[in-house]
Design a protein around this ligand. Structure first.
Ligand code: HEM
Length: 417
């Protein structure tokens, strides 16, 4: 085995199941798998087999079946391999604390409930007006700076980062550090020593913040978890794990939906025009972009805890199941013209936020951010265009959350300037 300081995580999926021909469409090999069967077996390059789900009904069946476990710490995921000598360090009890996305009931139930209790009506009502202010301030800054920008760093990443910082009560000055750490953790080929270092840094940072909020509460969600109705129910390690999970999930995902979403709109000018002209389209547009782009492009993953049949396929206890959200979201049994981007689609039962007990806890927040940010951007800059060739846009094929690493854009100076 390679020396531990060079060891990396590895996703053992056959390359053709990850190779995209178009930045927005799933790899073609996935459609071929779906034509064979909505649940099929795939041979990994480790020689092992996993089960690939590409049908919407079958994906829902897996995600709502308690015989499938989401516990990535105590159960083996055949797809994501790490050298044996690193396993213990990577999956120890401290790393697991608070990570309820990777837990099963009853632990998951207990933590999720505590967090949901903090998504209070007061906090949710305040969100849209505040998101609007944050979006407008970033658009003002872009307009003031000239007629071109790199959209990810100027808009797509800072907007959700600032929103989640304010919601949690994390100082925005910490953004450069937490954005860098999150992007390391979301790399498919991350060097494991770096993963361990970055996780230590995240824990250290959050432990200090939890201590500060314990001493001096603010309005944020972290203070709410410490001092609210359920004060004392969470250990410091759990608080730290929950806060880091929310911080990472809360900025990186929405940022990629905005970045890749704008790229998709620029490549479909008639759809962009629809969004620009008709404020009523925004809600449906957000759902359609979520479906069409499916940025959680690998997974969700589950492990069978006993023998289970899904569709016609028997899955043995211990079997790893990968749901392919991009392909599920193009299931021809549920969408007309699934390969087309149509912002006026009304019925859109996509799986982009998952399904079942782990369904995305931040979905209303993410929807609110996209519903404000995307129309505001295309209205502020009516002649927004890509400032490079489409094939030059760097795609996040190498990340667990898909999107664009950068998106150069340009617009015309206002005529009265
Ligand atoms: C869970 C997607 C935004 C927090 C999930 C899951 C998906 C998902 C697919 C389910 C994972 C599974 O079943 O294993 C997305 C997408 C987003 C987004 C596409 C943006 C467009 C957010 C935001 C937050 C957030 C803004 C922050 C508040 C969470 C949490 C979970 C979760 C805490 C775990 C829920 C649980 O296990 O009970 N998300 N998410 N997400 N998401 Fe999101």
């Amino acid at each position: 085995p390679p020396p531990p300081d060079q060891a990396t995580m590895r996703v053992a999926l056959p390359p053709e199941l990850m190779a995209r021909r178009c930045p927005f469409d799933p790899p073609q090999a996935l459609a071929r798998e779906h034509e064979k069967a909505p649940v099929g077996r795939v041979k990994l390059d480790t020689g092992e087999e996993i089960w690939l789900v590409t049908g919407l009904d079958e994906a829902r069946a897996v995600l709502s079946d308690p015989r499938f476990s989401a516990d990535r710490f105590n159960r083996r995921n055949a797809l994501v391999t790490v050298p044996e000598e690193m396993r213990e360090k990577l999956f120890d009890a401290r790393a697991r604390a608070g990570q309820f996305v990777a837990m099963d009931p009853p632990e998951h139930t207990r933590l999720r409930k505590l967090v949901i209790g903090q998504f209070t009506l007061r906090r949710m009502r305040a969100l849209t007006p505040r998101i609007t202010e944050i979006v407008d301030a970033h658009l003002d800054a872009m307009a003031a700076a000239g007629t071109s920008a790199e959209l990810v760093s100027a808009f797509a990443l800072p907007v959700p980062s600032l929103v989640i910082c304010e919601l949690l009560g994390v100082p925005y000055e910490a953004r450069t550090d937490f954005q860098r750490r999150t992007s390391t953790l979301f790399r498919m080929d991350a060097p494991l020593e770096e993963v361990l270092r970055v996780r230590d840094e995240m824990r250290q940072f959050m432990h200090e913040l939890v201590a500060a909020r314990r001493a001096r509460p603010d309005d944020g969600l972290i203070s709410g978890l410490i001092h609210g109705d359920h004060a004392g129910e969470l250990t410091d390690d759990e608080l730290v794990g929950i806060a880091n999970l929310l911080l990472a999930a809360g900025h990186e995902t929405t940022a990629n939906m905005i970045g890749l979403g704008v790229f998709a709109l620029l490549e479909h000018p008639e759809q962009l025009e629809l969004l620009r002209r008709d404020p009523e389209v925004a809600g449906h547009a957000v759902e359609e972009l979520l479906r069409y782009l499916s940025i959680v492009h690998l997974g969700p993953f589950r492990t069978a805890t006993e023998d289970v049949r899904v569709g016609d396929e028997p899955i043995p206890a211990g079997g790893t199941v990968m749901i392919s959200t991009p392909q599920v979201n193009r299931d021809p049994a549920h969408w007309d013209d699934p390969a087309g981007l149509d912002l006026t689609r009304v019925r859109n039962p996509h799986l982009s936020f998952g399904h079942g007990i782990h369904q995305c806890l931040g979905q209303q927040l993410a929807r609110a951010e996209m519903a404000v940010a995307l129309p505001a951007l295309v209205r502020r800059f009516p002649h927004l265009r890509l400032d490079c060739r489409p094939e030059e846009v760097p795609l996040r094929d190498n990340m667990f959350v898909y999107g664009v690493h950068a998106l150069p854009v340009a617009w015309d100076a206002p005529e009265d300037a």
